[in-house]
Design a binder for this molecule. Structure first.
Ligand code: MG
Length: 276
């Protein structure tokens, strides 16, 4: 029997909460790390890996797989969590986050199955994804390339060079997802360097844009199901999100961009995230 829309959304929402729980599991194992940007990205990662992307966890190098680049590499705890839940890696690796000699570090490393690129030096992922998408066209491969970019990361000028190139080459096989949580490492974007009007900036660079609530699973699914938004332009999903989403003490504050995750913090987070 095929899955109803309500069943689909419930399944993806549950998977997103599992990502958040596993983020805290990993960060406790590592002593701390990037809570805020991992939790803001969780719903989108769930919809990508458990609904939209064509991947084979048992064959991570499958040539026709869709590509995902986490440009905001500091959210690697969330990427590891989704890769574990999808079956790319042994979930036991969550307990080795940031440990010496572990492939699961503070930023993505291609030594871990399912990770396409080492990122976290910010401002590189969009250019890398643009190259992947252009390469797919040149080699007549049908896969789609997704890149998730942090909003604070958009202060890096290299993003805008890549945005120009992607639209110049009419890369309809490329989608950028902006995790627009309005907060960067050291404060609110409006107090640092403002980025509004975000969607208009992407349109001006030749992208086809859709704005969504990045925590409304129905909206996330609808946007991903509508790709590409235009037959000759790259697509941008401007996802309005809340930094630290799902854990009240971490929501909407730069103080939880990165912080210590003690046993007490872990217990408080699990109480809110519905640990079983
Ligand atoms: Mg941010």
């Amino acid at each position: 029997m095929s899955e109803s829309r309500a069943e689909l959304l419930t399944r993806l929402e549950r998977a997103a909460q599992q990502i958040r729980r596993d983020v805290f599991r990993a960060l406790r194992a590592g002593g701390g790390g990037h809570v805020g940007g991992s939790c803001s990205a969780a719903d989108i990662l769930s919809a990508l890996y458990f609904h939209r992307m064509r991947v084979r966890p048992q064959e991570p190098e499958w040539p026709d797989r869709d590509r995902f680049v986490l440009s905001k590499g500091h959210a690697n705890a969330a990427l590891g969590a989704v890769l574990a839940q999808a079956g790319f890696i042994d979930p036991a690796i969550l307990d080795r986050f940031y440990h010496f000699d572990s492939p699961f570090g503070m930023h993505p490393d291609i030594k871990m199955a399912g990770i396409e690129m080492c990122t976290g030096a910010l401002g590189h992922g969009l250019a890398i994804a643009t190259g992947m998408a252009l390469g797919a066209r040149m080699q007549k491969q049908a896969f789609h390339t997704f890149v998730m970019i942090g909003d604070g990361e958009l202060h890096e000028g290299s993003n805008w060079e890549a945005a120009l190139a992607a639209s110049h080459y009419r890369l309809a096989n490329l989608t950028a997802i902006i995790d627009f949580n309005k907060i960067a490492q050291s404060g609110r974007l409006t107090e640092l360097v403002g980025l509004d009007p975000m969607a208009d900036k992407w349109r001006a660079f030749g992208w086809e844009v859709r704005e969504i609530d990045g925590h409304d699973m129905g909206a996330v699914v609808d946007a991903l199901d509508s790709l590409p938004f235009h037959g000759e332009r790259p697509s941008a999903i401007v996802a309005h999100t809340v930094k630290g989403k799902g854990v009240s003490f971490a929501e909407d504050t730069y103080l939880w961009h990165s912080n210590n995750v003690t046993d007490e913090v872990y217990a408080r987070a699990m109480a809110e995230l519905g640990a079983r």
